[in-house]
Design a binder for this molecule. Sequence first.
Ligand code: ADP
Length: 497
Amino acid sequence: MRIVHLAAEFAPIAKAGGLGEVVVGLARELSRASEQVDVIIPKYDFIDPKNFLHLKLEVPDFKSLENNKLHRNAMWSAENEQCRLHLLESRHASGYFHRRKIYGCEDDIARFLYFSRAALEYLKLKKEPIDILHLHDWHVAVCAPLVRDLFAKELQVKKIVLTIHNVEYQGKCASADLDAIGLNGPEYLDRNKLQDDNPSFPESINLLKGGIVYSDAVVAVSPTYAKEILTPEIGFNLDPTLRKQKAKLTGILNGIDQKLWDPSSDPHLSAHFDSNSTPPAIIAAKEANKKALAKLYSVDAEKKPWIGAVTRLVPQKSPELLEEALKKTLQLNGVYILLGSSPISEIQQHFDLLQAHYKQNPQLILQFNYNEPLAHQIYAALDFLLVPSHFEPCGLTQLIAMRYGTIPIVRSTGGLKDTVFDWQDASVPIQKRNGFAFEKATVSSMNAALERAVGLFHEDSAARQTLIRNGIKIDSSWVKPAQEYLKLYQRLLDGKK
Ligand code: ADP
């Protein structure tokens, strides 16, 4: 089976959040299952060629259309742990991928539309038939209508799969933006095509909607999220389209890349352990990791519960609750750690002020930037990881936490609901209970869970050990999800629903 993934991220070389990890984890596992897997992402200026052993210039020059002009590109490729990674270098005069960042530019729509068409131009040049073209999120969703309407004769693609990592981000634009890459924009301002479902924006094109309508299958990143996006509360106005396309929607839970996240060999940790270590050995290693962080940040580590989060600070992740949790943790005499960064300047400023307010508090570590090594150290040091999201498509941080012997405290939504089972939930077998879950995204609901967690930490060592063991024993690898994706691909190729 020849599978081609198109995406904006690939971890660790180009990662802004979960998307990059999912693409690398899935692609590697599919390759291990002996499929032929290619991944194409933009060649961002911040990607260091030294990360690759054999980066080759594969196609030195090929052209792609934008605004009636042909623009030059080159394709680089590298064998990256079995799957073939292709980096599309755009030589467009606007320097689309020379911004030192993946997203957050005013012309993001133009950048990713350009990338989408250029990636298809490259695939056309290769002339190799594709069994599955797998698209990830709005950035490349336009490839579905492009393949079916514009490249239909030139590019042989049997089936198209779209994975929705977060339905909040949809790529809304004007029909003229489609014109720019050679589609006849006004033709797509049609409710059965790419016209936005929201009646307030009748002139808007919605790129994610195009992916949903034109793909053969749509995958949400957890079973619960696949149900939730059909509702107006979590569907972000795409729920009418999703309900119409329900027959091709499924939910497949993400895994985490076992190599990127391996507490037995993680170079950022001071002490190591694995899923065969006994809970007391895990706790001892965590104490050593706590000490190292405590020294670095002048924090008081002695016999206190460590609670924290590693997260983008956006409304989805309940920044207001993350702030309340800080107060609650101090009240419970714990240590609170927050590593976060925000693309929204008001939120970032708010947390910067908070940091200034609590400066030099020996029970706090507040870091507001993107810091991969620190994230690893935090997962290994924490006792509890808090994820109080309003909605959460899958969520990787709770899975990483459990692999690092950290007990999750989550709001029951989306993938959090599918992966975290409350210590006191009598409807779940005891060997499956692995954390604390609360129903409502409110301060009182969250604080009650924090109190229960801290109570268990101080008073019930046996229960704490059971939770750690149950969490670390979970198979969060990509083996099972990749098998589910493979089954889906096969069903599509066999012409079954
Ligand atoms: P999302 O994709 O919505 O941001 P996920 O839970 O799916 O959330 O994935 C988040 C990933 O990004 C995790 O690997 C997490 O460790 C990482 N991450 C989030 N914020 C930071 C940060 N400030 N520094 C380092 N890593 C971060």
